[in-house]
Write a protein that binds this ligand. Structure first.
Ligand code: NAP
Length: 313
């Protein structure tokens, strides 16, 4: 672990999978003096109190951010603009304000105009998650060996960027910096499109109702079972991702549809050579991913618990 940066008060707006994991990890690493959180519903606030991970749970977002030197919005992408407006007047001068949204261009556009001069806006996206949500779903190891992408606007104070980088590194993440537009393009193909495909295929299978009820799950050793897990991801979060990364997703979807049409044609024409070539190319890509250490060659069911995100509490 890197040398721990110190923040006197961390304010987490929203306490679901990501907010809850940050709280648990920051606590476990001793990175913050106090953690204060707010969440939208009374039910979540009551549960966060019961969990006893944070020092204080407050009713309003504005109250949570007062005197905080690090504020992280852990809420759906579409809520970041309105919440920034709500907390702007209560942000401490010199505070770092960040988020964890899966889309960056829209979040920057929505948040930046509300933020007062004198605070440091350093947007972030931890590329780590599960299909679970809510205050009980987080765990301290979620970010270990996962990427966290920072997208600071031009001219952001370098010391503030470095402090946030060190914070994410201290809770286990590998940190990279890029522009919001580049982030959105990369994530459109690596995360957003795969989710869209999972949502589609599970919906398609469900339309074959007589099959779904029995045979689909029975025979879904790997492929379809994994799709159902991904398609169980939070509907609010993913609605906001597609509404806010429209251009990049549509661009990738256009290319994807062209490639799918090529494979469709190869199947229709019985063009085994084209199919073989395509599958051989994708197999080489997968092997390359394993070689550079981005994934393990072991099947999911053979992996140690930590990689699978075993919950400590
Ligand atoms: P989550 O488990 O559903 O938690 C969301 C939290 O936000 C809850 O505490 C919720 O409060 C609060 N919230 C929702 N709408 C709000 C609003 N309008 N104003 C204030 N608070 C609101 O979601 P999550 O998975 O942690 O995702 C949070 C963010 O992380 C999203 O922007 C997502 O794009 C990003 N992200 C998610 C993943 C992933 O795999 N899940 C990975 C990386 C980044 P209530 O409980 O009271 O409704």
């Amino acid at each position: 672990m890197n040398a721990a940066p110190q923040f006197n008060k961390l304010a987490l707006i929203g306490f679901g999978l990501i907010g809850g994991s940050i709280a648990r990890a920051a606590r476990a690493q001793g990175l913050v003096g106090r953690i204060v959180t707010s969440a939208r519903s009374e039910k979540t606030r009551a549960r966060v109190k019961e969990l006893g991970i944070v020092d204080d749970v407050v009713e309003t977002n504005a109250e949570a951010v007062r005197e905080a030197d690090l504020v992280i919005l852990c809420i759906p992408v579409g809520a970041c603009g309105p919440v920034s407006q709500e907390i702007a007047a209560d942000l401490k001068t010199g505070a770092i304000i960040s988020d964890v949204g899966s889309v960056k261009g829209a979040v920057v556009k929505d948040m930046a105009p509300h933020l007062p001069k004198g605070v440091h806006f350093v947007p972030a996206h931890p590329v780590a998650g599960t299909e679970n949500s809510g205050p009980d779903s987080g765990f301290a190891e979620l970010f270990i060996n996962r990427w966290c992408i920072l997208t600071p606007p031009e001219g952001t104070d370098a010391a503030a960027v470095e402090r946030l980088r060190a914070f994410w590194a201290a809770i286990g993440a590998k940190v990279e910096t890029m522009t919001p537009d580049h982030h959105d393009l990369v994530l459109a193909i690596t995360s957003h499109l795969p989710h869209l495909i999972a949502y589609t295929i599970v919906g398609t299978a469900d339309e074959l109702a007589q099959v779904t009820s029995s045979e689909v799950m029975k025979f879904s050793a790997g492929g379809f079972r994994d799709f159902t897990r991904i398609a169980a991801s939070d509907p609010t979060m993913w609605r906001d991702v597609f509404l806010n990364n429209k251009e990049a997703v549509l661009e990738m979807l256009g290319t994807f549809n062209e490639d799918l049409a090529k494979l469709t044609r190869a199947i229709r024409r019985g063009d085994g050579e084209a199919l073989f070539e395509h599958f051989a190319r994708t197999r080489a890509i997968r092997r390359g991913i394993v070689e550079i250490g981005q994934d393990s060659a072991a099947a999911d069911f053979g992996r140690p618990h930590q990689q699978l995100g075993k919950k400590p509490r």
